[in-house]
Structures are given as structure tokens and as C-alpha cells.
Design a protein around this ligand. Sequence first.
Ligand SMILES: NC(=O)C1=CN([C@@H]2O[C@H](COP(=O)(O)OP(=O)(O)OC[C@H]3O[C@@H](n4cnc5c(N)ncnc54)[C@H](O)[C@@H]3O)[C@@H](O)[C@H]2O)[C@@H](O)CC1
Ligand SMILES: [K+]
Length: 543
Amino acid sequence: MNLVLTAAEMAATDKRTESDYGIPLPSLMENAGAAVARFCLLHYPAATHVTVLCGKGNNGGDGLVAARHLALAGRIVSVLLLAAEESLNGPATEVLRQLRECNSSHAVRIAFTPEEESLLEEAPALEGADLILDAIVGTGFKAPLRGIATILRDRLQDMTTPIVAVDLPSGWDADSTEQTFEGAFRADAVVTFTAPKLAHVFGHLASTQTSSFGPVVVTEIGSPEEAVQSAANLTWAGAAKSIAEAPRDVNANKGKYGHILLVGGSYGTFGAPSMSSLAALRTGAGLVTAAVPKTIMNQVGLITPELMVRALEEESGAASLGNLEPKLLEALMKGISVLAIGPGLSTQGEASQFARDLIAGTTVPTVIDADALNAFAGKTDLIKQAAAGGKRILVLTPHPGEMARLAGLTVKQVEADRISLARRFATEHHITLVLKGWRTLIAHPDGRIAVNTTGNPSMAKGGSGDILTGIVAAMLAQYPNHVAEAVEAAVLLHGLAGDFAARDMDEHTVLATDTVAHLTTAFRYRVKDKQAFTWLAGLQQER
Ligand SMILES: NC(=O)C1=CN([C@@H]2O[C@H](COP(=O)(O)OP(=O)(O)OC[C@H]3O[C@@H](n4cnc5c(N)ncnc54)[C@H](O)[C@@H]3O)[C@@H](O)[C@H]2O)[C@@H](O)CC1
Ligand SMILES: [K+]
């Protein structure tokens, strides 16, 4: 299960873990601190001097446990407690005692720095650190950041020492769906526990290292899966990738992996259907046919010889209603298992009517994108009709502008509450909605909703959406009985491929087709790595 929790739900989960399963808080704290230390040893093996910044709550307690494990592993550890000793809460006091015990045989220095003066005296602990742990405040944070923590935050802002945040970068509101957190600590990686909070999936790390790929890892600390509950039932798209990790049948033939008909293109717009088709082929579809207006057929065919092309009758440079004449329609749809429609289709001439009627006149699973979405602007009752109460699989992939047109809203209204809007639209129309943007949402017809955590600004370019359409269609073609996982995996893979492209190239230079070229790496990347850390962001930062 991949639930995303609020801070209150996390606290309830911890309580349930204690009351229903007999696992007490100190044991969770021990596991949390140990997990943070393991992460540091694994990913920062050369960091000999580690400075741990602790608050007086349980987040600070996690930091003190991590400090003990790091010291036991031979690191030279400095602990700065941003509070007077007597103000520490119960669990933190107990783990401080344990830390002191190990201090006799290992290199641990503990300093109390409740005010600016004492903090300044500890400047060497900050300046000499190879790695800093931020355990000042976690889910107990109430904005804005106050007191001595703000001085420390400003100091660290100007330094380049890597920072690992314990649970949350101090100053992040766990329940926020905002992208950035004004006034929070910088962090290069986050280690959180049991389940990500909303801030982990929607927030963006502020790092002095390369910005986009700072990982958030989720570690198990002993709460049974049944103890983790959430009213909103929001998940993150990571688990879905497992379907794409399974090997293909040894005795498979191309028929097993579907035949996609990609309908789109218009005079002057041959790139969009070409890119969708290429992405569909690269994602593993058995066969792909692009059906495009006659005049651009030869250009589309050039994208790759594996692609089959079919001419559509046209009017004003775009597909015409003539294509729906029964014999032509029958020939067009023969053997097709997935329809993908929209990229480059245009809204010229009869194109919109053609898209609506083609979707209404067929029954195969269909991906609706771009101008085929625009064809339903203000006419979403026709989408609902086509979905036939969910008997027909329809996947819509709008960006916020297309979503706004579809739903008769402004882009601002769409952005205001994406989760509720996506969920409502999907359930009301019995369709799967992929609402693109920063942290693309995948809303399923049964009310479940997932957030994708891969992707980066290099993908904010023409062609990205066309490629996603091809990937979604190909996953549907290969996994027709696992629609929800197929769509979530498609979105995740698309973002991952973009993340790898940006890592190998540069956010400026990546083209949409470079994302296709990085699909291999995306397929091979294991979301659950060998060290039992589950990565939420696509990539670990390369150092
Ligand atoms: N509840 C549980 O069972 C577990 C909790 N764990 C840890 O406990 C944390 C939550 O612990 P708590 O509820 O004690 O809360 P925190 O430790 O997150 O926060 C409380 C501390 O932060 C300070 N603080 C709050 N708002 C502040 C602000 N605006 N500016 C400066 N300082 C501020 C408070 O004075 C207090 O010292 C989690 O983030 C996690 O790290 C883990 O130990 C695992 C188990
Ligand atoms: K923290």
C-alpha cells in the first residue's frame, strides 16, 4: 500500500500501532533513528564528521537515536540541542541518556544551544561537518518557524554542507500541498517514516546541490500495514511500476501485447502523432498503427519503420467525417485493441465532430488527449455516455488548460483544488483522469486517486504530452486487466525517463524524444531498492 497521510493521520497510525499491536513509541523512535543513520552511512559513506541538530520533541528524539547509531558506526558526532535539557520531552530525555552512555566509548559531543550565544560558540560543529542532520521539528511544526531555529536556518542557507532532513525539513508543514515552503530549512534528502505525508509528495526540496532530484525515502519503522489508514485515500504512484517490472512471457507473440491505433495529426502537425506512436512502440506495444490525414502520412511514417501508417480522409487539412462511413470505420478498427486519439488532430473542419463520433462509435479502451479533449469542451456528458457507467475504459490526459476547457472552469479554479476536482470528474464520468502538471494526479473511476512524484521542468516542453499519450496507450495495450496500475505506471515511467534524460543532459536541452530514448533506464530502475528504502522521488541525486 502506498497511502499518503496527513500529520494527524500519522499520529493516529502511531497510536494504533501502540494500542492495537503493542509496539510502543520508543521502539518506533529507535527504528526511525536507526533508519536515518543507515541512510546516511549508505549514501554519505565519506562523511566522517556528522552534526545532528535536535529539537526537544520526538523529531529531536529521532535525531538523538540517529546520532548514537552513527557514533557506534565510527562517525565523529556533534549534537546541538536547541533547547535546555530540562525542557526535553520524555522519549527524547530517554534517548539522550542512551546517547550519553555510548559517549564514554565513542566520539560524541553534546551541546545545549537554547539561545543565540550558546549556538555561536558551537560554530565549529557546523563548519567542520561533512553532513548535517536536521531533527529540529517534524510533524509537530506549526508555522512559522520561530526562535533559535531561524538563526540556524539562515546560517545553513549560505553553506553547501549536505543536509539530511529527519522526517521533514524543519519548517515544512506536513499537511501542505504547496510546492515550496517559505522560511524552511534547506535539505538534500529526506528520510521519512511509515508513509509519506502530503508535503512529501507535493513539496519540492530546496537544496544547494542540483535541485530537481533530491530524494525522499520512506522507511518502515514497525507499524503494520493495517495500522496505516487515511480518510482521503490518496496514494502515490510508485507501487504501480511493479507491473512493468515483470518479464514478458517467454512464448509471447506480438498479438499478446495489443494493437494500438493512434489517431491524430493534421496539415503541418505531423510531429505530435509521430511522437505518440514512437513512445507507444518504445513502451512495448505489440503493434502500432498511426492513422493520420493523407497529406502527412509519409512524414509520420518516417519516424520509425516499425510504425504502420494509414491514411485518413481529410477536410481543411484535418480528419473528416467521411472516415466514419461504416466500411471505412470497420477497416480502420479491425484488430485494434486500444485507441489513442488527439495529438495534433486540430479543431479545424470536421476534426472535433470526427473525434466525438469515432469515440462514440467504438468500444475499445481509449486514451483521449489534446484536441480530442478540446472536442468535448462543454460536452462532457458525451464522455460519460461513451464510458457507459465504466463498462468502457476511457483515459483522459488533460493539462490544466484542457481541463479548464473541459470542465468549463478557469485554470486558476482547476489549480485551486486539483485533488477534489480530479476525483469528482473521474467518478462522475466513470473515467480515468490524468491531470497533468507539477505532481500529475491519476484519478480512477472508483474514487481512488494517486499522485505521481517523478518528472522535472525539462519536460515542460512541446511533445511531452504526446509522448505520455503513447506510453499510456501502450501500457493499456499490454495490461488490459490492470487499468489503474497500467495508467499509474505509465505516468511514473514517463516522469522517470524525463528525470534520467535531465540527469544525462540538461533541463534546457532535453527534447521530448530524449525522454523516449531514456525509457529503457526508466523501465530498469527499481523503485524499491535493495536497502529496503522506498524512493518517492524518481532519482537519487548524483554526486
Ligand atoms: N508519534 C510517533 O509515534 C513517532 C514520531 N516520530 C517523530 O516525531 C515527530 C513528531 O514529534 P512531536 O509531535 O514531538 O513534534 P516535533 O518534534 O515535530 O515538534 C515539536 C518540537 O518542535 C518545536 N516547534 C514546533 N513548532 C515550531 C516552530 N514554529 N518553530 C520552532 N520550533 C517549533 C516545539 O517546540 C517542539 O520542540 C515526527 O516528525 C517524527 O520525527 C518518530 O519518532 C516515530 C514515531
Ligand atoms: K526535521
